[in-house]
Design a protein around this ligand. Structure first.
Ligand code: UDX
Ligand code: ADP
Length: 459
């Protein structure tokens, strides 16, 4: 099938950057990203590139280069579906918050709505590409909806999971370790391989069956998250034994069989994928009665929840067993550096715990605005919106956040935190001044020399 136009449903963290990079490398393809959220589309179309709804290093330049040339953002979903030969589904698949599989299974209602929308609108044959992370055999459901329309249009379903990490999305898309395409129709697989082939070498484009492709995505995220939980488990042991987790990580990481990546002990992993995908894996395993498999992967989540809780407990214990009425400054709210995404960020859970203990929180994050911080807390439903607003002060300067604070908790590894004037910060804090470094970002000896009581995960 000759693909001239592509439609991408979902203008989020996956759809936006992925389509921008495809557009950059395929100037002859017309790509339209559509979304039901008109505010989001307006932000993508904003002439002020700092207003793009997603912050990713390098993204604004590519959007500037391609927008309104071969990359378009629109709310007219039906027209975009109608005029495209290939349709990517990049909508969100959050964990279910109701009914069967609540808290575990992926909520596929947005995916199903997309499939139904495509079935209603399409007048010609289409290649439909699953881009969102999905449970294994979701393609079956999409296929069933698409193949039961009353016309004789042919739909070819592909699974093409996204492996980009936020904060490095553009780099990951430009230089992927691999591109995975799962499907049944060789014609459809090769049509998509040709698009990636404009900048990715053929050896890196893997072709598999649909189910292997879907399961590979969940497995990759489960393995990555498992490494973080494994090193975090060791971090607690380090604190008891006098070992230093960073030294242990370096020592084991130099074994080429283990490798050095994803061994940074932290306050806990966050992000939209790790927890959701593991819960999905656990749910699927339980559905097949594979209880040992399910328990094994569930432990990765249990360890992560423990690490977040342990961090805030340690802070409270060190501050003489009470934070009530004390000002605690959180530096960072995003789930990792170089992104404005806060989904499942450890900061949300640590803040919630400290608010339960009646701390007065101040928060500074270079990319996350106040309304996002408050809505993350409100979403937990632990207390009223007014109580959250009263308990938390969001500042646009780190120095305002730390002024007169009893303690600082470093929640995100933003580079700028390393460059701060820590002597000046020390002078402005209440004494004794405490730092709880959830990211091993600062130098312990240097901080102790300034006068701080410095605690870091696993040291
Ligand atoms: C992840 C996968 O890496 C990516 O391939 C997939 O497409 C989506 O999910 P992302 O969630 O964007 O990407 O970020 P990632 O870099 O994987 O980090 C996830 C979380 O783990 C972050 O909170 C990060 O701070 C934490 N982490 C990561 C650690 O705590 N220690 C590490 O060593 C690495
Ligand atoms: P991801 O990280 O998977 O990209 P996001 O939440 O950032 O997730 O983006 C998903 C986008 O998909 C949102 O902007 C949402 O409005 C959009 N979306 C969800 N359902 C539909 C739908 N049926 N039609 C069009 N857009 C949709």
């Amino acid at each position: 099938m000759l693909v001239k136009s592509i439609c991408c449903i979902g203008a989020g963290y996956v759809g936006g950057p992925t389509m921008a990079v495809i557009a950059k490398n395929n100037p002859n393809l017309k790509i339209t990203i559509v979304d039901i959220n008109s505010e989001r589309i307006a932000a993508w179309n904003d002439s002020n590139l700092s207003k793009l709804p997603i912050y990713e290093p390098g993204l604004a330049d590519i959007v500037k280069e391609t927008r309104n040339k071969n990359l378009f953002f629109s709310t007219d979903i039906n027209s975009a579906i109608d005029e495209s030969e290939m349709i990517f589904i990049s909508v969100n698949t959050p964990t279910k918050t109701y009914g069967k599989g609540k808290g575990m299974a992926a909520d596929l209602k947005y995916i199903e709505l997309c499939a139904r929308n495509i079935a209603d609108v399409a007048k010609t044959d289409k290649i439909v590409v699953e881009k969102s992370t999905l449970p294994v055999r979701t393609a079956e459901a999409i296929k069933s909806i698409l193949h039961n329309t009353e016309n004789d249009i042919k739909f070819h379903i592909l699974s093409n999971p996204e492996f980009l990490a936020e904060g490095t999305a553009v780099e990951d898309l430009l230089n992927p370790d691999r591109v995975l395409i799962g499907g049944e129709s060789e014609m459809a697989i090769e049509s998509l391989a040709e698009i990636y082939g404009t900048w990715v070498t053929q050896e890196k484009i893997l072709r598999t069956n649909l189910w292997s492709s879907e399961l590979s995505k969940l497995t990759a995220n489960a393995f990555l998250a498992q490494r973080v939980s494994s090193i975090n488990a060791i971090s607690e042991l380090c604190e008891q034994t006098g070992a230093n987790v960073n030294e242990v990580a370096k020592a084991i990481g130099m074994d080429t069989r283990i490798g050095s990546k994803f061994l940074n002990a932290s306050v806990g992993f966050g992000g939209s994928c790790f927890q959701k995908d593991i819960l999905n894996l656990v749910y699927i395993a339980r559905t097949y009665n594979l209880n040992e498999v399910a328990d094994y992967w569930e432990q990765v989540i249990i360890m992560n929840d423990h690490q977040k809780r342990r961090f805030s407990d340690q802070l409270i214990k060190t501050l003489y067993n009470t934070v009530s009425g004390k000002k605690i400054a959180l530096l960072g709210w995003a789930f990792k550096k170089d992104t404005n995404d806060t989904r499942e960020s450890a900061a949300i859970y640590v803040a919630d715990h400290l608010l339960n203990e009646q701390a007065n929180l101040s928060v500074y994050d270079p990319k996350v605005p106040e309304n996002k911080i408050l809505s993350d807390l409100n979403y937990l439903d632990t207390r009223t919106e007014e109580e959250n607003k009263n308990g938390i002060l969001c500042t646009s300067s780190p120095y305002d956040a730390i002024k007169d604070a009893h303690a600082i908790a470093i929640m995100t590894e933003w580079d700028e935190f390393k460059a701060y004037d820590w002597e000046k910060i020390y002078k402005q804090m209440k004494k004794p001044a405490f730092i709880f470094d959830g990211r091993s970002l600062l130098n312990k000896d240097k901080m102790n020399a300034i006068g701080f009581n410095y605690y870091s995960i696993g040291q």
